[in-house]
Design a protein around this ligand. Structure first.
Ligand SMILES: NC(=O)C[C@H](N)C(=O)O
Length: 555
């Protein structure tokens, strides 16, 4: 891995989709167009004055100088259509390779913006099909869209551009959370945390801190030959509709399906039709993430498609536990199909602690009408199971608004954290359930607790625009941190430019200073005036004179 010496380095950034550029539509994330236009507005990604002196075209941006003697200029090539990567197959990955082959002579290096769900597959495929590669190819993406206030997209993309721009690493790499990995050694291990990737059997090639620490020498392939991206000899490896249909036939009664990231899968209508038909026939299909950590959620359109096809969420169960639980449930005589499906949902956690996998007695044969009798756990075992399962389940129930004082007796410790460091209060705040939030505050849960990503219940309520919850948390003493207050300016400006009154009111109610400037020094009021949003100007002026603690302020 050597330092690149050219004073001007040209990169091609191929934007294929993924969370980095996604936007929320109807409450779920879908790929968003216009990445170059977004980057153009962020000074860390574009030096407008220098671009003007160079006369760069619309799709080409230039980074501010990272070192006095070198500039990185990059052209954004946006795919049509853009993908949630759980919908990508080897066909699309070969197309990326062919794009690199086509433009190989014009650029010093390549950055591929890709969804994280299948990025490890993409990086592996590219590393094998791109023969004679002598230039740097870096894949990157994000767990949270670049448009969000608190996101990993900006850091990951900037890091990938700097890696490909400043270094010659003649292989396919993946850059995530300040680490440059060899592409065919990584796997996605977490569906939520920013540190989503791990390279279990090979240390990173480089680690970025104040300095770039190069950990490994990279030899590259044989020089002197033109790069090649051969066309695939075989079709996509995804199962075809007849294969899926044949697999889902009786006597099969239950299936544990491992999906990508937070429970996402391909949205091909014919595949979803087969899943729905099987679910309607009575087959229980349980959705578990293939990641080591994280849960199945309905945050993405690709995940909602699974849910719509009748696939039951396995939430945070391991595939092993899901297998065992499914076997156990299918072996119980006299349970209706609905009850069998329901024991997989967090709602029944208080009544049926055995139902959540951990400690589940196994020994039943899937599909048996009458399974062997299994001894029920002793009171001590049941307590141990309940204690182990409580944090995850309480969070799931609180998020769904299903946690009430009756279902969570005084003995159960609701302040325990789940795998991500969140308490039930985080979950209820995120889900926007004031009655659950009030109950948890009464039970003494810490209003200022931060999860592993540094998020507080208040910030989650602000993101979800849950005005009542924000009011309750503020009344209980919750505050935005000094850093959140400082960074709120940029978010307020973004909301003002979109005339998003609800979003502005959420930040104001949480204690943000509406006059706080954004990254370019302008306040939300100036942005609203410049955009001609008169209703926003009036709204902001009205808010500035009002008391955020008053619950009566009209929306
Ligand atoms: N974080 C992400 O990018 C996940 C998204 N579902 C994707 O892979 O496209």
């Amino acid at each position: 891995m050597a330092r690149a010496l050219e004073p001007e380095r040209r990169l091609l950034a191929i934007y294929t989709g993924g969370t980095l550029g996604m936007r929320s539509e109807g409450g779920v994330l879908v790929p968003g167009r216009g990445l170059a236009a977004v980057l153009r507005t962020l000074p860390m990604f574009h030096d407008e004055a220098h671009a003007r002196t160079l006369g760069l075209p619309e799709d080409t941006l230039v980074l501010p100088p990272a070192s006095p003697d070198q500039r990185v200029i990059y052209t954004v090539l946006e795919w049509q259509p853009l993908f949630d990567s759980s919908d990508m197959t080897i066909t699309e990955w070969i197309q990326i390779a062919q794009t690199i082959e086509r433009h190989y002579g014009q650029y010093h290096g390549f950055v591929v913006v890709h969804g994280t769900d299948t990025m490890a597959f993409a990086a592996s495929v590219l590393s094998f099909v791109l023969e004679n590669l002598q230039k740097t190819v870096v894949l990157t993406g994000a767990q949270v869209p670049i448009h969000a206030l608190w996101n990993d997209g900006r850091e990951n993309l900037l890091g990938a551009l700097l890696m490909a721009g400043q270094y010659v690493v003649p292989e396919v790499c993946l850059f995530f959370q300040n680490q440059l990995f060899r592409g065919n050694r990584v796997t996605k291990v977490d569906s939520r945390r920013f540190a989503a990737f791990c390279s279990p059997n090979l240390p990173p090639l480089a680690v970025v801190g104040a300095d770039v620490t190069r950990k490994r020498a990279v030899s590259g392939q044989r020089a002197g030959r033109p790069v090649r991206a051969p066309a695939p000899r075989q079709g996509p490896p995804r199962p075809s509709r007849p294969q899926v249909r044949a697999f889902l036939q009786p006597p099969l009664k239950g299936v544990v399906m491992e999906t990508f990231g937070s429970g996402n899968g391909p949205t091909k209508p014919d595949l979803l039709r087969e899943l729905r038909a099987a679910a309607e026939r009575g087959l229980i299909i349980l959705n578990c993430t293939h990641c080591l950590q994280g849960t199945v959620t309905s945050g993405y359109a690709a995940g909602m498609a699974m849910e719509g096809a009748g696939v039951v969420s396995g939430f945070d169960m391991t595939s092993e536990a899901a297998m065992a639980k499914l076997s156990y449930v299918l072996g119980q005589p006299g349970l209706s199909l609905d009850s069998r499906k329901q024991v997989h949902t967090p709602r029944l956690w208080a009544q049926a602690p055995w139902a959540m996998g951990m400690g589940t007695p196994v020994g039943c044969v899937p599909g048996e009408a009458r399974g062997p009798r299994v001894p029920l756990p002793s009171a001590q075992e049941a307590d141990a199971v309940r204690d182990a399962a409580t944090p995850g389940l309480a969070c799931a129930a609180a998020r769904a608004g299903d946690l009430d004082a009756r279902a969570s007796p005084q003995g159960s410790d609701l302040s325990q954290e789940n795998f991500n460091g969140q308490t039930a209060l985080h979950a209820a705040a995120r889900g926007g359930h004031p009655e659950v939030v009030a109950m948890l505050l009464q039970r003494g849960l810490d209003v200022s607790a931060r999860d592993e990503d540094g998020l507080s219940p208040l910030l989650l309520a602000v993101k979800g625009r849950h005005q009542d919850v924000i009011g309750l948390l503020r009344a209980a003493g919750a505050c935005l941190s000094p850093q959140e207050l400082e960074e709120a300016g940029t978010e307020l400006c973004r909301l003002a430019s979109r005339a998003d009154l609800e979003g502005l009111q959420s930040w104001w109610r949480a204690g943000a200073d509406l006059g706080c400037p954004g990254y370019d020094g302008r306040s939300a009021l100036l942005v609203a005036e410049a955009a001609g949003h008169l209703e926003v100007v009036t709204f902001l002026q009205k808010l500035q004179g009002a008391d955020p603690v008053s619950p009566l302020f009209p929306a």
